[in-house]
Write a protein that binds this ligand. Structure first.
Ligand code: DI6
Ligand code: FE
Length: 399
């Protein structure tokens, strides 16, 4: 099936700057972009099965949300209220709430409930032009429950018109049955990975390296187990304190380090040397009322690619709008609108190890969004506004 899309304002992001083609056309062959250029440059003898006039509308690559915790039971509005009364995120976690309370609700939920709630969240993200979505486990914390959550994530990718990458985050928190035995829990996580990998449930392995979670030494063991299976790693690093996690992750050729408010100059250098993407998560920064900003200028100076994601989760970022994250990346972290859009397209894809998407160029996946906007800087400008009009995933228009 060959389709022609013509008369669009195409923001390709394929070079430096926005790379806009006015009155642009794309020839889509099956799931891929075959040709992109000016309408006037289309081959004269072109034969296509279908043709769409975009009416001058703005088109960008489909959005990539490269960090979500979409599969979980329950919600934590009670903890939001506790924090409003003065408790901190760390206090609540140390008292057995936080991630552990979501683990209890997730274990108690049926597969169907987990799927239905996660699919509804995925649809909310997709409505704003998301065509690729990463989904982490990390609220099961037992082999059977981590596997269940990863199967739900895979099912979302099968049943919804969105491409899903899965990440095993079994090293997210210590489950109650391992209280006081964190090293034994890490042994267990390392032992689960081969089975999860054999079932093809894992595209990458993540961990939470933090004083309320796992130490760098424990994180290293999880990474060694992942790399032994050939799985790429990523890390929740330097969110609440500097654990030197980014340098550890970069030493394992991590695809990304995520959060990074407390990232040191040493961490920046290590990430630059390894080509690791910095995934900034303004939703969690905002919702936890953090004040320490990630070192954006140091990342730019070192040439570390910056991605932006929703970090959707019930504890620190219960939001379902990637466009709001673009706005917050600009207002809170002072990214430019172009950096923000690159963060949710080409650099988000890179954080997932996906080189086949994130720009509009021949050979890339035909994933794109059509917007009721004049200029791409508006994607980071409006908030609480839904300007996405059409979405194409792997060449097929989403209905
Ligand atoms: N950092 C986060 O922001 C999420 N996980 C993590 O390691 C929060 C998870 C939660 O509070 O449920
Ligand atoms: Fe997270």
């Amino acid at each position: 099936m060959r389709t022609l899309w013509r008369n669009g304002r195409l923001v390709t992001l394929a070079g430096s700057g926005w790379c806009t083609i006015e009155r642009g056309a794309m020839i889509v062959d099956g799931p891929r972009l075959q040709w992109i250029g000016h309408d006037t440059g289309l081959p004269r003898d072109l034969q296509v099965d279908a043709e769409h006039d975009l009416g001058g509308a703005l088109v960008t690559p489909g959005l990539v949300d490269c960090h979500t915790h979409l599969v979980y039971g329950g919600q934590r509005a009670n903890e939001f209220e506790m924090r409003l009364q003065g408790a901190t995120y760390e206090d609540i976690a140390r008292a057995g709430g936080g991630i552990r309370s979501t683990v209890a609700a997730t274990r108690a939920a049926s597969d169907e409930t987990l799927f239905d709630s996660a699919a509804a969240r995925a649809r909310a993200l997709m409505a704003e032009g998301v065509t690729t979505l990463e989904i982490k486990s990390g609220y099961g914390l037992a082999l059977q429950h981590e596997a269940r959550c990863l199967r739900v994530a895979r099912r979302i990718g099968r049943e919804l018109p969105v491409s899903v990458s899965t990440t095993c985050l079994a090293a997210h928190a210590l489950p109650p049955e391992f209280e006081g035995r964190a090293d034994a829990y890490i042994d267990a996580v390392c032992a689960w990975l081969p089975a999860l990998h054999a079932e093809r449930l894992v595209d990458a392995v993540d961990a939470f390296c933090e004083n309320i979670a796992f130490t760098p030494a424990q994180t290293r063991r999880v990474f060694d187990a992942a790399r032994a299976l050939g799985l790429p790693v990523k890390l929740h690093a330097e969110q609440l304190s500097d654990q030197d996690g980014a340098a550890l992750a970069a030493g394992h050729q991590a695809l990304s380090c995520d959060h990074l408010e407390w990232l040191s100059a040493r961490g920046v250098r290590a990430m630059a040397a390894a080509g690791t993407v910095a995934v900034l998560l303004p939703g969690a920064f905002y919702f936890l009322r953090e004040t320490k900003l990630p070192p954006v200028q140091a990342l730019r100076d070192a040439g570390v690619p910056i991605a932006i994601a929703s970090d959707h989760n019930p504890g620190s970022s219960p939001g379902l709008s990637l466009l709001l994250m673009l706005n917050m990346a600009c207002t809170l972290f002072r990214l430019t609108p172009e950096e923000a859009l690159r963060g949710a397209t080409v650099n988000g894809a890179r954080a997932l190890g996906l080189a086949d998407r994130g720009t509009l160029a021949p050979g890339k996946r035909a994933d794109f969004a059509v917007w009721a906007l004049e200029h791409p800087n508006e994607l980071a400008y409006w908030f609480g506004h839904q300007p996405c009009r059409r979405v194409v995933v792997a060449g097929e228009e989403r209905r």
